[in-house]
Structures are given as C-alpha cells and as structure tokens.
Design a protein around this ligand. Structure first.
Ligand SMILES: Cc1cc2nc3c(=O)[nH]c(=O)nc-3n(C[C@H](O)[C@H](O)[C@H](O)COP(=O)(O)O)c2cc1C
Length: 356
C-alpha cells in the first residue's frame, strides 16, 4: 500500500465527499416499458451507499425517445413517474450521506434500431463498427450521418434528461463521452470523418461535446455538479485506440478543461496501464494538462490498488468490485485480501437475478 488517502474527505464543487470511493456507472437493462428500473436494481444502489461509497452513479440513462437507446431495458428520466421513481432512490442515497450522480447516454452508432423508438441509428459519420453486435450476433447497421437538425435534437435530449435528473434531486449529472458511444464517436477520428465544423481537427471533433456541455450547464442549478466521462477504448472494436496518440488525447483534455465541468472521469481497462507508449498511465497524462478534479476507474479491486490509483487521481470508482461484492468498501477498509472479478462474472448484472 502506498498512501492512506482512500478514507479522507475531498471537496468536489460545493460538496464534501466523505471518502474517495464511488460506484461506477453500470447499465442493468432492467427497465420495463415505463423506462423505470426494477426495484432490486434501485435497492442495489442504496446498498452501495450504505456500505460506504461516497458517490453512487446510476446506470447510463438514455437521453431521448428517438435514437439514443443501444440496449434493451435501458432507463429514462423524462416523465414524471420516472422522476418520482428516481427521487425515492436519491433520497435513500442522501440518507446514507452519499452523493447521487446520474449518467446521461446516447449510443450513436452502437444502436440496436429494434429497441429504438425511431428505428434509426445516427452517428457523426455513416461508418458502422467493424464487429458484430454481441447481443444480436448481427452486424451493427450503418448509421445515418447526423444532420444539423439531428445534432440539435440530440443536444435537447441531454438537456431534458438533465432537467429530469435535477427534478429528482440528483447532486449532479455526468455526460457519457466514453466507450465509443455517440459523444466519443465525435471525439475520435476513427468514427468521425466529417468535413464540416464537427470533424477534422481536434477542436472540431470536440465541438459536439462542447455544445452538449454548454447546453446542459445552462440548466444545471448553481452548486450542482457537471462531470464528463472519457476513455481511450470503446465497447465495439475494443482493440482500437479512440485517440490517435498522446497528443490527440491531451489536446482533447485541454479543451475539456476550458469547459464548465467540475470533474473529468477517466475510464480505463486498467488504471496503471501504460498509455500510448508514454510510460505514463491515462490518469497521469490527464493530470499533466489539467488540475480539474480527476476520477479514475478500471481494475481497482483491493485496498492496495485503490490507494495506488489515488496517487494520480482524486476519486476512484469501482465497477465489478462493487457490483459483485456488496461489502467491498468495508472489506477494503479492513484491508481484506480480495481478488479481481472478470467481465464474465459481471454478466449477471444483465440478468433478472437480484444482486445483493
Ligand atoms: C455490468 C456493467 C455495466 C456497465 N455499464 C456502464 C455504463 O452504463 N456506463 C459507463 O460509463 N460504464 C459502464 N460500465 C463500465 C464501468 O463503469 C467501468 O468503467 C468498468 O467496469 C471498469 O471498471 P472495473 O474494472 O472497476 O469494473 C459497465 C461495466 C459493467 C461491468
């Protein structure tokens, strides 16, 4: 173990976190027609707060009723019943002295048109991922390149969803700019070959993210948090680096740091992995160009890895560790020997089986 920062407080905007531990956003695909997750999925979130996580993220919440949905059973927060359902969970999380953050998501070209109300797949460019959709075992459809109307409509979806989140009492929203979904598709030259103002240079590829951030910021109540998640990897074509090199990534982070975001959340496969042959990890490369609060995630499974990750970041998120071990925060507090869960084991998240 390297240092003892894990259980120390941290100031994030106007909030004081009781420790540096958060539950990573995890999609559960449990919502019915009404767009509301199953009760046991809500209970799972509250239990993670009760176990001591200072931040509890929701699953990725779909931002519109048109083309944002990528998986069956994804949740929304744009109707009053949806807002009321989440309000109860947020209250429960607050009663545990934890923060509730809602993640907002548009899948872009990762769409499965059958589960999308408009049966459309839209993206920066008409380029499909090269791999098949693992859920349908069929190729992803080639998306339609987004028009100016599509762009403004999608931005409105983020704004409406953020409004829903704040009406439900969430402490903040996160814009999902990671994992090869829509915003990430704009950021990456791999999926964005546009020749207009939204493609080409790093600044142009960042434009869509910037417009989403600016629009959401306008309706974010004073004192509430706005966070942006970014990654170098995507769910499809996993072997492809979404940023061409270190410079491409760091230029993007510099642009992000000029925006009104309270924290940058960096998602990795493994937090300590070398990035772009730089001899530095993703958190270090991020820190090198900004001192905005930094959240790190990826491969943290015990006290030692959690403390190690915090050498280069302010807050750590655990996905699989907290998904599959409801006692994880207490366990790391006691420095129990723990092992790393696999993605296969995490597959239970998508089944109807309630998680402890
Ligand atoms: C079941 C499951 C669902 C996930 N859903 C999301 C999601 O909705 N949004 C997101 O940004 N990341 C999602 N992720 C990625 C996690 O937030 C996290 O970045 C990843 O699991 C790596 O962290 P870990 O090694 O601690 O598990 C998901 C991961 C799992 C295992």
């Amino acid at each position: 173990m390297t240092a003892n920062t894990l259980f120390t407080p941290f100031s994030l905007g106007n909030y004081t976190l009781k420790n540096r531990i958060g539950l990573a956003p995890m999609t559960r695909m449990s919502a019915g027609e009404n767009g509301i997750p199953r009760q046991d999925v809500f209970d799972f979130l509250t239990r993670r707060a009760r176990n001591g996580a200072a931040i509890v993220y929701t699953e990725a919440i779909v931002t519109d009723y048109e083309s944002a949905q990528g998986y069956p059973g994804q949740a929304r927060i744009t109707t009053q019943p949806q807002i009321d359902a989440w309000k109860r969970v947020v209250e429960d999380i607050h009663n545990e002295n934890s923060l509730a953050i809602l993640q907002m998501f548009h899948c872009g070209r990762m769409a499965w048109p059958d589960v999308n109300p408009a049966h459309r797949s839209i993206a920066p460019s008409a380029l499909a991922p090269t791999q098949d959709n693992p859920l349908t075992q069929a190729p992803y459809p080639t998306p339609e390149a987004m028009s100016a109307f599509d762009i403004s409509h999608v931005i409105s979806g983020f704004v409406e969803t953020a409004r829903g989140a704040f009406a439900a009492g969430f402490d903040g929203v996160e814009i999902h700019g990671a994992h090869g979904y829509l915003i990430s598709q704009f950021l990456s030259a791999y999926s964005n070959t546009r020749t207009d103002d939204y493609g080409g240079s790093v600044a142009n590829r960042f434009r869509f993210a910037r417009e989403v951030i600016q629009a959401v910021k306008k309706i974010t109540p004073a004192g509430k948090l706005l966070i942006f998640r970014i990654s170098d990897w995507g769910i499809a074509d996993m072997e492809v680096s979404l940023f061409a090199n270190r410079q491409d990534y760091q230029e993007t982070i510099k642009l992000l740091a000029n925006e009104p975001v309270d924290a940058i959340s960096v998602s990795t496969y493994a937090f300590d992995k070398d990035a772009y042959g730089s001899g530095q990890n993703m958190a270090q490369l991020t820190r090198e160009v900004t001192d905005i609060p930094l959240i790190i995630c990826g491969g943290i499974y015990d006290r030692a890895t959690a403390e190690q990750a915090l050498q280069d970041a302010d807050i750590m998120l655990a996905g699989k560790s907290l998904l599959l071990n409801p006692n994880w925060v207490a366990d790391i507090k006691e420095n129990k020997p723990l092992t790393r869960f696999s993605s296969e084991e995490a597959g239970i998240a998508y089944t109807p089986e309630p998680l402890l």
